[in-house]
Every structure is written in structure tokens, then in C-alpha cells.
Design a protein around this ligand. Sequence first.
Ligand code: ARG
Length: 465
Amino acid sequence: MDASLTDPAASARGAQLANDFTVSLDADRRMYREDIAGSIAHARMLARQGIIDQPAADSIVGGLRQIETEIATGEFTWKRELEDIHMNVESRLFELIGETAGRLHTGRSRNDQVATDSRLYTARASTAAVQAVRSLQRALLQQAAGHAATVMPGYTHLQRGQPALLAHHLLAYFEMFDRDAVRFAAARAAADVLPLGSGGMSGVPYQLDRESVAAELGFSRISANSMDAVSDRDYMLDFLYSSAACMMHMSRLAEELTIWSSDEFGFVRMSERFTSGSSIMPQKRNPDFAELVRGKTGRVYGSLTSLLTTMKGLPLTYNRDMQEDKPPLFDAADTVLACLDAAAGMVGSAAFAADRMRKAVDESAALATDYADYLVQKGVPFRRAHVVVTQLTRLAQQSGRQLGDLSPDELRQASEHFGQEAPRISVESSITARDLPGGTAPRRVRQALQDAYRRIWIAHTAGEW
Ligand code: ARG
């Protein structure tokens, strides 16, 4: 027989192991404010409904306030053997006010309690994420406004494609993060439902006033079905997906800052606050922050996958599996908020090298499309014009020239639609020609900047930053 079954020391170790396995305190203690706020609202309502008497409620509320202070100041003694935040608070309440503490849990279960706490937390994290996204957008907007006339080569397949304004490129990120802000706001709305009153799963046999508890805690709605309420974690998944999408956008931005700050590109110089030297190669300025933003994206995807997998196939209603929800939620919230701060700082302090970008456009065949469009204006079908300009580009490349260096004769040999003089095609004419909503023409980009300022201002009046 296994000695640990009989040896008392071994079985004490077994008990310790069992507790280590089931404990969630290490993660959920960070929801202590939410837990105590929920308990205070519940206790007050119990008294209003005559379910407990007022002196009992007063003493419960007083005790809970003291516990909140103890935790905030670090005086609280945490007991891992009590499993979670809920039991730690309740047990301390017994020490402080005695048997009356036992009245708090009337008409409540840890199942609707933990759902309430984590909804409050998710709502708060979503609000913080919206704010952080808005500051990143402001940093992008500021840089875009300063580069409304800076020309860069726009890329497809990481090959120089067509000239574009740097402001247009930066505003593309503004749009991505605008969608992220909308998603985080939607995650907050999803979390904005009060589960208390659902009890263990089927409701409770007391006339609770759920609406007043919701109002006191700042929820705008109460849950419609007690079984759903204790087993729903969709709001966390909404937050996690919003975080994953936002990280994906930030990792693209981080990747561009990384390659743009290389010697090969030289399009941007990152502030020393966001770079570090190499321990062996003295000349280096490594874009560590950008790399870490890119790298941390994987963690957040992992959190989303983790919770989706935890929830998959769970029978109604609450299952202990669901305790695994909080570590990925907290880790994703910490990560996305830290990355948003870093990204806003990096963008705000970056120095874009307009001269290098201009040189890169001038040295490229980025005007090829404009030559094709010139022929289209002369009546040539676009596909045909494309073939002609492909030939011309090859001719120019073979002789180490740009399209603009080809003589009118050479052009006319490729197509009789070219005139006596070479077409006047320049980086400026290329950009100015893209004059439609959403295009890179300076006029359109100035409008886009104004529109972006208007939208960020609306977000401000809505209290988002
Ligand atoms: N520690 C638990 C969690 O995080 C709290 C709810 C436990 N409920 C229960 N019936 N054991 O999910």
C-alpha cells in the first residue's frame, strides 16, 4: 500500500497539495475592491428588504470597509487555505463582527458573487483599455498632423508600390485602433449586467431587489436567466478577443517601427527611452519595446484560446473549471494595457526621417502605375497599358534608369499613345491624383486628419479619455 495513505505527515502534505491545487486566491485577490463593493450593496439591500435588520447590515458594512482598508494598506493576513477572495473576506468579517457576519451570505452564492466581481473587473479593464487606445490614437494623430506633406513609398508585399503620404500611413493605424476602441466599449457593455440574485443557479427564495443592487454597483441591467448568469463568461471572451485584435494591430505597428528603424530602411529613429544598447555590439540601438509588444501578442492570443477551451463543452451551470478564467483575463488585461502605453510612447517620441523616405520613393519604380494610368487617359485599356509599362520598367531597370529618364522616343516605341513630350509624372502628381474619399491626395488627407480630430474629440466628450 502507498505509505502516504497511512503516514500522517504524508497525509498532511496531501492536504497541502489538495489546497494548492484548488486555490484561486493568488489570482482573484486582485478583485478585492469589486468583491467588497458587491457585498456592501448586497447587505444594504437585504436590510432595505427586511431580510436582515438594519443594525446587522450596518455592522457588516462597517466590517467590510475595515477589511478593504486592511487589504489596501497591506495589513490583511491572507489565508490560502481559505481558497479564494470571497472566503478570505468573509472569514475576516467573522473575526471582526462575530456571528452577524453569517447573515451576509443570505440569498447569495459564490457562483453569482464571483460572476459579479469579474463583471465589475472586466468592465473596469475595458474602460481602461478604451482610454489607453484613445491615447495611442492621439499620438498617431499628432505625428500624422506633423507629416501631412511627408512622402513615403507605400508597400505591398513589402515591395515599394506607390507613393503615399506618411500621414495617410499613420492614419491607417488610427482606423485600426478606432475599431479596437469600439470593441473594448462593446466588451464593457457585455460585462454591464448584474448576476447577483441568481444564487447557486436557480435564483433564491428571498425577495431581493436586484435592480437597486445593480444601480448601486453601476450596472445598467440585471441578468435575465439565473442558470445563464452563473455560467456565462462571454463578457470575458469579448474582452479577450478585443485584446487579441488590439495586440495584433499593435504588433503590426511594432513590426514597422522595428524594420523602419533598421539601417536598411532608416525611416525612423526611436527615442532612447524605448531602445537599448547591445551588451556586445556597441553601435546598436535595439528596438526592444517594439519587439516586446510584438512578442507579447502571443500571450494574449494564448489567453483567448485558453478561456475558449476552458468553456468548451461545459454543462450548465457553474463548474469549477471556470475558476481557470481569471489568470488569462488578468494577464491579458495587464499585457494589453502595458503594450498600449508603450506603443503610445514609442509613436509619440519617434522621429520619422522624411528625407530617407523621399529618397526611397525617388529611387523606386513607384510611379509605374501612374504611367499606366496616363495611357488609360489616352484611351488604352488598363490591362494593355499595364503590359506596356511593365516593358518600359524593365527597359529602365536594365539601363540603370527610372521611368522618368526614358526619352519620348523610347516611350513611343512601346506605345504610340505616348506623345512628343514625355508625360509629366512626378511623385507629387501621383499623390495629388488620388483625390477621392479614402485616397492619399494631400487635400483628402487633410480632410481625413480633420475628421480624425473630430472623432477623437467626440470620444473625449463621451468621457473616453
Ligand atoms: N473560486 C471560485 C472561482 O473562482 C469561486 C466560486 C466557487 N464556487 C463554488 N461553488 N465552489 O470560480
